[in-house]
Design a protein around this ligand. Structure first.
Ligand SMILES: [Mg+2]
Length: 315
């Protein structure tokens, strides 16, 4: 089974679970977004997101340092908070340790968490440690709050919006997936200074993640192949083959950049101001329809599937 087949099975399960819930009024944002939002009091909300990382899938204890693994465990959850345009405040961590884990390994892992805590001003407030016949599994649940404005959901994209993305994409397995900077500050600025309508962090790959935005918003997203910012790592991985570089940028996971939509006017203002060190680029538009399409340089539309581009989809 390929990774994307597995992922679609996971999404089908989440859909099934979601349909069985009937969220009460206190749930402002429920299942199906980067984080949930609940009422704490009449006029304050808590934002909550959780992520589980498994040895052999999201990191490799045989290769990666425990410190980088700890860093990534927290960074992934912070990225989800960034995608809501909200401020992370505290987190809890549940760790399942294999019997082989040493005290030194665990302390270095905690130092990795601390690296992120210092950088993003978040506090560890509890958790759980268990040992058993298991690979290392780390589950981080981060809590946050809206700062200036309500959380940005995936479902707000409108026909006519411009699609934009921070940073560059692709090839994160070459290192970025462990060392990436969650775009927390960028998410907050986007939510405060721009009318961002829908936002997601790029965890499964740009095309796959924007499928969620398209689905939740009831729109189609058309990406311009020539405007996708391809990372150095993706270009290196593609060995000079431009089409392969683009494919890496569209489908590699774990870039942890922010992809979002906003009106054409707002997008022009953001593109002009360029407020972020990581850069921000317009990469496509929102139209009527469903799904995500890639506009090739010859003008034709293609869909990115797990086997490559599917052509002849111009309608
Ligand atoms: Mg996410």
């Amino acid at each position: 089974m390929t990774r994307s087949h597995r992922r679609s099975g996971e999404f089908a399960l989440i859909d099934w679970i979601r349909k069985r819930q009937s969220p009460s009024k206190r749930v402002r944002v429920g299942i199906g977004d980067d984080a949930a939002a609940i009422d704490v009091t009449k006029d304050s909300a808590a934002i909550i997101s959780t992520d589980a990382l498994i040895d052999g899938t999201h990191f490799d204890t045989g290769v990666h340092s425990p410190r980088l693994i700890g860093r990534k465990a927290l960074a992934c959850s912070l990225s989800d908070m960034a995608a809501m345009g909200c401020e992370p405040t505290v987190f809890v961590a549940a760790v399942a340790l294999p019997r082989s884990a040493t005290m030194g390994f665990c302390k270095d892992f905690c130092r990795g968490l601390e690296d992120m805590m210092g950088e993003f001003g978040v506090e560890l407030i509890g958790g759980d440690v268990t040992t058993g016949d298991t690979p290392l599994v780390v589950t981080v649940t981060v809590l946050g709050r809206p700062k200036d404005r309500p959380p940005v959901k995936r479902g707000g994209a409108r026909v006519g919006d411009t699609v934009m993305v921070t940073g560059t994409l692709g090839g994160s397995l070459r290192g970025k997936h462990l060392t990436f900077a969650p775009r927390v500050a960028e998410g907050l600025i986007l939510n405060r200074d721009f009318r961002v309508r829908a936002m997601i962090d790029v965890s499964d790959g740009l095309a796959a993640d924007l499928e969620h935005v398209a689905k939740e918003s009831g729109v189609r997203i058309v990406l311009d192949a020539e405007r996708i910012p391809i990372s150095r790592a993706a270009k290196d991985a593609a060995d000079g083959d431009a089409a392969r570089g683009l494919r890496h940028a569209l489908s590699d996971g774990e870039d942890f950049e922010l992809a979002f939509t906003l009106s054409r006017t707002q997008a022009k203002r953001l593109e002009h101001l360029q407020p972020f060190d990581c850069g921000v680029a317009a990469i496509g538009e929102v139209v009527a329809g469903t799904g995500v399409r890639i506009r090739q340089t010859d003008g034709s539309l293609a869909r990115l599937s797990h086997t490559g581009y599917e052509h002849g989809l111009s309608r």
